[in-house]
Write a protein that binds this ligand. Structure first.
Ligand SMILES: [Cu+2]
Length: 186
């Protein structure tokens, strides 16, 4: 037992010394990456409308079986976009990190997913991302604030399915009840 602790402690010292020696160099690379990240605002998926974009995660390295976590923050999902291999099965744990209740609701999947996520709670969902289009997900309560995102397999991909008829925005067309077409009975 005593020998073990001695060894660990010694190697810890060595690591600490090495880190101190190279501190001058790491500064330059840090500033280089920060300037690059401010360049693009374009989202990688077509057909979403307003998106509260909290970033993209590339999970193609996990191959056909992806396991990952996502935050449901107040008005955005983080990550917002997730790139995976076509046909990959995704096991996703969504955690409510904000103060409000949210949903994780999918578009175009069959069966679809619609889970409510309470603050501090977790929901685990599993689904397949087809190569034919991006899988949009959104919060039913805060879609108008851009609380949505997508799983996709290549840049510029269009989302599959049609949006669930949400809210009332499109149903109030003044003309529709008045145009009563007279049916010829015969
Ligand atoms: Cu929400």
């Amino acid at each position: 037992m005593r020998r073990w602790t001695t060894v660990v402690f010694a190697s810890g010292l060595a690591l600490g010394a090495a880190a101190c020696g190279s501190s001058g160099r790491s500064r330059a690379s840090a500033s280089a990456t920060s300037s690059a990240s401010t360049a693009t605002n374009a989202v990688p998926v077509v057909g979403l409308g307003t998106v509260s974009d909290a970033g993209t995660a590339d999970e193609t390295g996990q191959g056909m079986s992806v396991t990952m976590t996502m935050e449901a923050d107040d008005s955005s999902f983080k990550p917002t976009f997730v790139k995976v291999e076509p046909g990959a099965t995704v096991t996703l744990e969504v955690t409510g990190e904000g103060l409000n209740e949210h949903t994780f609701t999918t578009q175009g999947l069959s069966p679809g997913i619609d889970r409510t996520i309470d603050p501090g709670a977790k929901q685990t969902v599993t689904f397949v991302v087809p190569g034919t289009g991006a899988v949009r997900f959104y919060c039913r309560f805060h879609l108008s604030m851009g609380m949505q995102g997508a799983f996709y397999t290549h840049d510029g991909q269009t989302v599959i399915g049609s949006p669930v008829a949400s809210a009332s925005a499109s149903t109030t067309t003044a003309a529709e009840p008045r145009t009563t077409t007279t049916r010829s009975s015969g």
